[in-house]
Ligand binder design. Structure first.
Ligand code: NAD
Length: 416
């Protein structure tokens, strides 16, 4: 029960509803998703076998605008996980004042087991399966775990071929050559960086003196590790699905990025002065700032008392369960919640969407300037409520996000 992500998402709504005295009708509405589509995806594999995969696309709320949310390829994907991720996208877009709703998608597959041709067929057939519920005015997918710019390009092409015209605004996170935005790839990491810098300022500590541990070394974990390393922070440990590397003197992040970007696992990296550790050991290692940037449910009742950091910066969606959250708050560990910390990705996705619709593209300076402005504004709003009411940063962020959704719901009314 503690670990079902959609149950967790609903529990988070109950916590904030109680804190802000939310209308029970609205609470009821927010705990449901608007729609979910489950599709079977038959693929003729390279060896002549037919394999059938299951895919999902969920819209949690489109009350503030078209759905927006990533697409995940993972053997653990299931409907409740996608529902939770779609719900968190609703809060994230609302917190940043983006005119978008919450959506998410996934396919239950291990993409490492597919050839490039099989992966392309899977992506294109899934796109056709969900074609009626995506589009620039309906729902705009983006990359998430194990999906990337190439996969977004295949979705954009499949959608465009079916519509008989080029529709770049159907997805974000595309390659820049076909309507993608500069700065999208680094956006989630940049957003995390702006937020942790602002938090350190509030706590009157210098970011560059902080020791860091990052769980997950993909798009999000890789970028935040690189940005903090370049800032001068000591990166004590990082991990991927194969395990982690620890070095009390600090890891050489650029060399490790070269290694993993060639498709290698961290566990196979030459050891030198680094020590191999497990993901469980990594989370329990002492540091100033811990960045979970892999998957949900990493900090739970089971390991929360082992956590020895001052700040948790949530790069992943849903890495901390509500029970663990409560304990961390009581211990004085600051948890910067996912819907704020990792919102840089959806923010630059929104910029990409705007650029595609206007067919006018911005430069990297403008992207990062506007990203920083929006992230810092949201951070200040959240931090102020957290201080005024002495409540966790997550509850403060939810109060802002949920209030805006409730207002939109009230203004629009219930059809018919
Ligand atoms: P990714 O596929 O690029 O990287 C995921 C990383 O996590 C990889 O290094 C992988 O090996 C590692 N990993 C997977 N399972 C693990 C496990 N059990 N233990 C430890 N490490 C594990 O994915 P990403 O885009 O970096 O997404 C990571 C998280 O950030 C997800 O929760 C995602 O929803 C969230 N997120 C991503 C974006 C984005 O723009 N990509 C935006 C906001 C939030």
């Amino acid at each position: 029960m503690e670990l079902n992500p959609f149950e967790i998402a609903k529990k988070q709504i109950d916590i904030v509803a109680k804190e802000m005295g939310l209308d029970p009708n609205i609470t009821k509405y927010l705990k449901r998703i608007e729609r979910a589509l489950i599709v079977s995806i038959p693929i003729m594999m390279d060896d002549g076998r037919l394999q059938i995969f299951e895919g999902y696309r969920v819209h949690h709320s489109t009350v503030r605008g078209p759905g927006k949310g990533g697409l995940r390829f993972s053997p653990d994907v299931n409907l409740d996980e996608v529902k939770a991720l779609a719900t968190w996208m609703t809060w994230k877009c609302s917190l940043l004042k983006l005119p978008l709703g919450g959506a998410k998608g996934g396919i239950c597959v291990n993409p490492r087991e597919l050839s490039k041709k099989e992966l392309e067929k899977l992506t294109r057939r899934y796109t056709v399966g969900i074609i009626n519920i995506i589009g620039p005015d309906i729902d705009v997918p983006a990359p998430d775990v194990n999906t990337n710019a190439q996969i977004m390009a295949w979705i954009m092409d499949t959608y465009s071929m079916n519509k008989g015209r080029s529709v770049p605004g159907v997805v974000t996170g595309k390659p820049v050559e076909i309507g993608g935005s500069v700065g999208r790839n680094s956006a989630t990491g940049m957003g995390l960086y702006y937020i942790i810098d602002a938090m350190c300022e509030k706590l009157k500590t210098k970011l560059e003196t902080q020791s860091i541990i990052v769980q997950g070394f993909g798009n999000v974990g890789g970028w935040i590790a690189k940005l903090l390393y370049e800032r001068g922070c000591k990166i004590l440990a990082i991990s991927d699905i194969s395990g982690g590397l620890y070095n009390p003197e600090g890891l050489e992040i650029e060399k490790l990025l070269d290694w993993t970007q060639q498709g290698n696992f961290l566990k196979d990296y030459k050891i030198d002065k680094n020590k191999l550790i497990t993901n469980t050991e990594l989370l329990a290692t002492k540091c100033d700032i811990l960045v979970p940037a892999a998957l949900e449910n990493q900090i739970t009742l089971e390991n929360v008392n082992d956590i020895k950091c001052k700040i948790i910066l949530e790069g992943a969606n849903g890495p901390t369960t509500p029970e663990a959250d409560r304990i961390l708050f009581d211990k004085g560990i600051h948890v910067i919640p996912d819907i704020l910390a990792n919102a840089g990705g959806v923010c630059v996705s929104y910029f990409e969407y705007v650029q595609d619709i206007r067919a006018y593209f911005w430069d990297l300076d403008r992207i990062n300037r506007e990203l920083k402005r929006i992230m810092i504004e949201a951070f200040e709003d959240v931090y102020n409520i957290h201080k005024e009411r002495n409540i966790p940063l997550r509850t403060a962020a939810y109060i802002i996000a949920v209030s805006r959704i409730a207002k939109a719901f009230d203004l629009r009314g219930i059809f018919p």
